[in-house]
Structure formats: structure tokens, C-alpha cells
Design a protein around this ligand. Structure first.
Ligand SMILES: Cc1cc2nc3c(=O)[nH]c(=O)nc-3n(C[C@H](O)[C@H](O)[C@H](O)COP(=O)(O)O)c2cc1C
Length: 194
């Protein structure tokens, strides 16, 4: 068992897009892993999380510390922080634009900016439909800056029967992107071999 200081640290940014079931699914997926998850939730993220899941961020499972989204003095604002990776889930078009433009309007944007400059993993779980030209250009800009665009799109070949099962397929994909090994993860290859 690693000490708290040796554990892999993941930063979770929650912004105000629809699809908060992906947040609860993802955090459930991380249960039992030897890592620390710290969170930042935007003001809109807090509203939409309440609307869609009836939860405050602080009630989400598995997040050991929450930073105020307006606190630009918090550790994630500095390149000296030791997060292995950051995921913005879900990621609004507004936050995507701020990250693409390098605007540190809140701690989520600043943390993503810092992670990109430090060449660490940043995954943006963008959510909007359809996309306009500005959205697409911003996605390309952050891709070119080193981020991974990972839209909240479940896969269907495992034949999910419920929204929770569909969200689970996406959470596994996200875990792959963050280099996290989920023992119970099912893959296309498992399906083919059975
Ligand atoms: C119920 C609800 C659902 C929303 N869904 C989306 C969405 O899917 N994608 C998006 O880009 N914005 C969505 N928005 C709008 C954002 O919340 C809004 O643009 C906000 O200013 C984003 O701020 P943030 O990125 O700091 O969270 C939604 C708003 C509400 C109230």
C-alpha cells in the first residue's frame, strides 16, 4: 500500500454540461484503485450536477479534496503540483474555448493550461450536439496543444441495456486514456473470444 504522498493523483474538473451520469459512473469505476482524486467544480457544473443527479460535488464518492473553482492560488494552479493527469468531465463548449484560448478564467481552465504546458495528460470529455465551427476549431486547437478530446460517447457493441451500463463503457474508455487499469473492464477482444 502506497502512502498518501506516493499515490497517483488525478484532477477532475466538472463543468456545466449535460451528462453528469458519466461523472458518477467514472468515479464508481475508480473505486478500489490506489489513487487520489481531487476535484474542481465550476458554478454551472454545480447547478447541472444538482439538476441531473440531485447531488452536490462534495457528495460524490471517491473525491478526497475539492478546490474552489475561483481560487487561483490553489495547488493545481501551479506547474509544481504533482497531478499525473486531468480530466474535465463533462466539458462545456465554454470551458473548451477558455482552455483552447489559454484563458485562465477559473481554476479548471488554469489547471488544464498548466497540465498542458507541463506536457501531462489532459482529457476533455466534451459534450454538445451538434457542434458548430467554433467548437470544432477549439477542439482542434486543444488537440494540437496536447489534450485528448474524448467526447461522452458510449460504445454499444457490449450491448448495454441501461444508461448506467452505457455510461460504464465510456468510463472504461476514459480510464484507458488516463492509464488506469480497471480489472473488470470488458473489451471488444473479450467479446470476440467468448
Ligand atoms: C441543464 C443544462 C445543460 C447544459 N448542457 C450543456 C452542454 O451539454 N454543453 C455545453 O457546452 N453547455 C451546456 N450548458 C451550458 C453551460 O452550463 C454554460 O455555457 C456555462 O456557462 C458553462 O460554464 P462552465 O464551463 O464554467 O461550467 C448547459 C446548461 C444547463 C443549465
Amino acid at each position: 500500500m502506497k502512502s498518501v504522498h506516493e499515490k497517483k493523483k488525478i484532477l477532475l474538473g466538472i463543468t456545466g454540461a449535460s451528462g453528469m451520469l458519466f461523472v458518477t459512473s467514472f468515479l464508481d469505476t475508480l473505486t478500489g484503485l490506489d489513487l487520489l482524486v481531487h476535484g474542481i467544480c465550476s458554478a454551472s457544473g454545480r447547478n447541472v450536477l444538482k439538476m441531473e443527479q440531485g447531488l452536490e460535488p462534495e457528495e460524490l464518492p471517491g473525491v478526497s479534496h475539492w478546490f474552489d473553482h475561483e481560487d487561483l492560488t490553489a495547488p493545481p494552479a501551479s506547474g509544481s503540483s504533482d497531478y499525473a493527469s486531468m480530466v474535465v468531465l463533462p466539458c462545456t463548449m465554454g470551458s473548451l474555448a477558455a482552455i483552447a484560448g489559454g484563458l485562465s478564467l477559473n481554476l479548471i481552465h488554469r489547471a488544464a493550461d498548466v497540465m498542458l504546458k507541463e506536457r501531462r495528460r489532459v482529457v476533455l470529455a466534451v459534450r454538445e450536439t451538434p457542434f458548430n465551427r467554433t467548437h470544432l476549431k477549439n477542439m482542434l486547437a486543444v488537440h494540437d496543444a496536447g489534450a485528448v478530446i474524448c467526447p461522452t460517447m458510449p460504445s454499444y457493441y457490449l450491448r448495454p441495456q441501461t444508461l448506467a451500463e452505457a455510461a460504464q463503457t465510456y468510463s472504461w474508455r476514459l480510464a484507458d486514456q488516463l492509464g488506469l487499469d480497471i480489472p473488470e473492464r470488458k473489451r471488444w477482444s473479450d467479446l470476440n473470444q467468448s
